[in-house]
Design a protein around this ligand. Structure first.
Ligand code: PEP
Ligand code: MN
Length: 264
């Protein structure tokens, strides 16, 4: 079902008037994690003012170590839904387990599957019937074929609204956190009709590389970007402050992107 052979035309996912896929560029921005109602409200205002369409923020965080901050949970979902509503933004948040799919679907417009869960098949099956669009991140060691097969689980479950997200893969290089695989963008678009989103934040792990790799992603044909932005990155509650843009950098990037591709 993910293959272009089966479905020659680009899939366009329409959510409350925003179209993802098939033309215009969609920008999703926000913190790695929802930290407080004030934080997510302030950042939502900045995302909107910069021209973004979707507010990102994790309420449930898949941390590498069990003692790290794990997210504020359902309270965070509620705070993010309120901020999105107030500022006229769609919202996207990560869901980590099948048990939490229903509650995440109640509060968010798009559900995100993280790189560590790309092959959590029980989760993917549950997302097939969740009634909300899904952004599926590529596993950091997954081939294109494995990635498309993971998407297939959601599609086969009855949910046609799947976006593919390249977020960097593991290579021998250690200077960057991951290696953003730019080739994935045209390859996935050739193999599949699903929208392709690029995540230059996790794809590089370094703030100074987010802007050039965001632009490169758009030049390569990405349908959208998901970018971490924080008002106080040095004090963010996850380690992802080092890859988060300052609000003025985020706004400047979106202005530059208008020259490359129209933002919805
Ligand atoms: C995130 O978006 O904050 C995240 C945890 O992403 P990934 O699953 O790509 O590491
Ligand atoms: Mn993050």
């Amino acid at each position: 079902l993910a293959s272009r052979d089966f479905h020659p035309d680009d899939t366009v996912i329409s959510i409350k008037g925003v179209n993802i896929g098939g033309g215009d560029l969609v920008v999703m921005g926000g913190p790695c994690a929802v930290e407080s109602a004030e934080q997510i409200d302030e950042i939502a205002g900045l995302v909107k003012a910069a021209g973004g369409q979707v507010l990102r923020g994790g309420a449930f965080k898949p941390r590498t170590g069990p003692y790290s901050f794990q997210g504020i949970g359902v309270e965070g979902l509620i705070m993010m839904a309120e901020a999105g509503e107030k500022h006229g933004l769609l919202t996207i948040t990560e869901v980590m387990t099948p048990e939490y799919v229903d509650i995440c679907a109640e509060y968010a417009d798009i559900l995100q599957v993280g790189t560590r869960n790309m092959q959590n098949f029980d989760l993917l099956r549950k997302l097939g019937t969740c009634g909300k669009p899904v952004l599926l991140k590529r596993g950091f060691s997954a081939t294109y074929d494995e990635f498309l097969n993971a998407a297939e689980y959601i599609l086969a479950g009855g949910n046609p609204d799947v976006m593919l997200c390249e977020r960097g893969i593991r290579t021998f290089e250690t200077y960057t956190r991951n290696t953003l695989d730019l080739s994935a963008i045209p390859v996935l678009q050739q193999l599949s009709h699903l929208p392709v989103i690029s995540d230059p934040s996790h794809g590089t792990g370094r703030r100074e590389l987010v802007e050039p790799m965001a632009k490169a992603s758009v030049a390569a044909g990405a349908d959208g970007l998901i970018i971490e932005m924080h008002t106080d990155p040095d004090n963010s509650m996850t380690g992802d402050g080092v890859q988060s843009l300052f609000p003025d950098q985020f706004a400047g990037l979106l202005q530059d992107l208008e020259k490359l591709a129209p933002i919805v």
